[in-house]
Each structure stands twice: as structure tokens, then as C-alpha cells.
Design a protein around this ligand. Structure first.
Ligand code: HEC
Length: 193
């Protein structure tokens, strides 16, 4: 019977010394010897500063700075005529209102608005406490019925009064317009008191 024997080479003491020497050299070349770059005077984000009058190292953004990825300046993204940041509110929804958009709006409304404004939009949601002052608006208030859609977009995106803005939570502008389309649909049939 043929036996296969593995021939292992034992490291000789000389071989080991050579290996250690090479390893030491490599290590030496990969280590930086100076820490000047690391220790240089610099500010960390949001650090305090004695240099600037407002005491903050973080400088205010240059006017009209647009965040990366937020370069869209049209009516859908701003709710303003011509997409101008301070322009008039667009009177009506810039998206085409389809059954799909409405059902998306109904779903998003139930998630983000109904707790305060109620499933029917009368301002009597389950999370409304007696301490809430002012109370969440009823969407059947004639002032809100008469609001341009662009203004509703502004309220949802940026908040108003004690209501918090939902821009960071309802991240796509299309979802915000879907909610607006759904609110308009609700307003056509005010609930009985
Ligand atoms: C945590 C409770 C809460 C949630 C959730 C909430 N709102 Fe409100 N909302 C309020 C309150 C409170 C007010 C009254 C604010 C004020 O007058 O200071 C208000 C006011 C409003 C107004 C009237 C603004 C005006 O000019 O008087 C609109 C429109 C509105 N909300 C829409 C929405 C929509 C759409 C959503 C869902 C995307 C939503 N809200 C989610 C609490 C909420």
C-alpha cells in the first residue's frame, strides 16, 4: 500500500531571523513618526470658538445655499408658484389626483395626521389632550377649506404654531401632496356633528 507522507519543512533558526528582520522593516515603513498633522490646531464640528463673535466654530451657511440632493426647486418641491422660495402658494395640487394618489394619501394621513386631527379630520384625534392649546385644527374650518394647497404643503412641511413640521418624517414631497389630495376629498363630505 502506498502511503502519502506530507513533508513539512521545519523553519531553520536562520530563516526565522530573516523573516523577523523583514517584518520589522515593513512595520517601520508603515508607521508614521510625526503627529503634527494629527495635533494641528483645528475645530471639530459644533465646537465652541473664541474667535468668532457668535462663539460658534460652525459658520452660518452662505445665503441661498442648497443642500446636496435638494436641488429641486419647482412647484412640487416647494408648493410655491414657479418654485420660488418666497413666492405665492400654488392654488391647487401640482400632481394629478388619481385613485392611487388618494389611497396613498389616505394611508399616510392615517399614519401621520389622524392621531391629532382625527380619522375624519375634525381635529378630534385620539392623542389630543385637554392640555393641547391650541387644539389641532379641524379641516372643515372654512379658513382651512379656503387655504391654497401650497399653504397646506407649507404647514405639513414646516409646521405651524405648536404643530411640528413633518418634512423629516414624510420625506417625499409626493406623499405630502397625496395627503393634501386626501384632505380635499374629506372636505367634500363634512362629518355630522
Ligand atoms: C401631534 C399632533 C399633530 C399631528 C400629528 C399633526 N398636527 Fe396638524 N396641527 C396640530 C395642532 C396642535 C395644530 C394647531 C397649531 C396652532 O394653531 O398653533 C395643527 C394645525 C394644523 C393645520 C392648520 C394650520 C393653520 O393655519 O391654522 C393644518 C392644515 C394641519 N395641522 C395639518 C396637518 C397634517 C396634514 C398633518 C399630517 C401630516 C398634521 N397636521 C399632523 C397638531 C398635529
Amino acid at each position: 500500500m502506498l502511503r502519502m507522507t506530507a513533508h513539512r519543512r521545519r523553519p531553520t533558526p536562520a530563516g526565522f531571523t530573516k523573516f523577523a528582520l523583514v517584518a520589522c522593516c515593513l512595520l517601520w515603513f508603515t508607521t508614521a513618526c510625526h503627529l503634527e498633522m494629527y495635533d494641528q490646531p483645528k475645530y471639530k464640528p459644533l465646537q465652541q470658538s473664541d474667535f468668532f463673535a457668535d462663539g460658534a466654530a460652525q459658520r452660518p451657511l452662505v445665503e441661498n445655499t442648497v443642500a446636496r440632493g435638494a436641488t429641486r426647486l419647482d412647484e412640487v418641491a416647494t408648493g410655491r408658484v414657479g418654485g420660488m422660495p418666497e413666492g405665492a402658494y400654488v392654488p391647487s395640487n401640482p400632481l394629478t389626483v388619481t385613485p392611487e394618489l388618494l389611497s396613498r394619501g389616505e394611508e399616510r394621513f392615517a399614519i401621520y395626521c389622524a392621531v391629532c386631527h382625527g380619522r375624519v379630520g375634525n381635529g378630534k384625534g385620539s392623542a389630543v389632550y385637554p392640555q393641547f392649546n391650541p387644539k389641532p385644527a379641524s379641516f372643515y374650518d372654512p379658513r382651512i377649506v379656503a387655504m391654497p394647497d401650497g399653504e397646506l404643503f407649507d404647514v405639513i412641511s414646516n409646521g405651524r404654531g405648536i404643530m411640528y413640521g413633518y418634512r423629516s418624517r414624510i420625506q417625499t414631497v409626493e406623499d405630502r401632496w397625496a395627503i393634501i389630495a386626501y384632505i380635499r376629498e374629506l372636505q367634500k363630505n363634512p362629518p355630522a356633528e
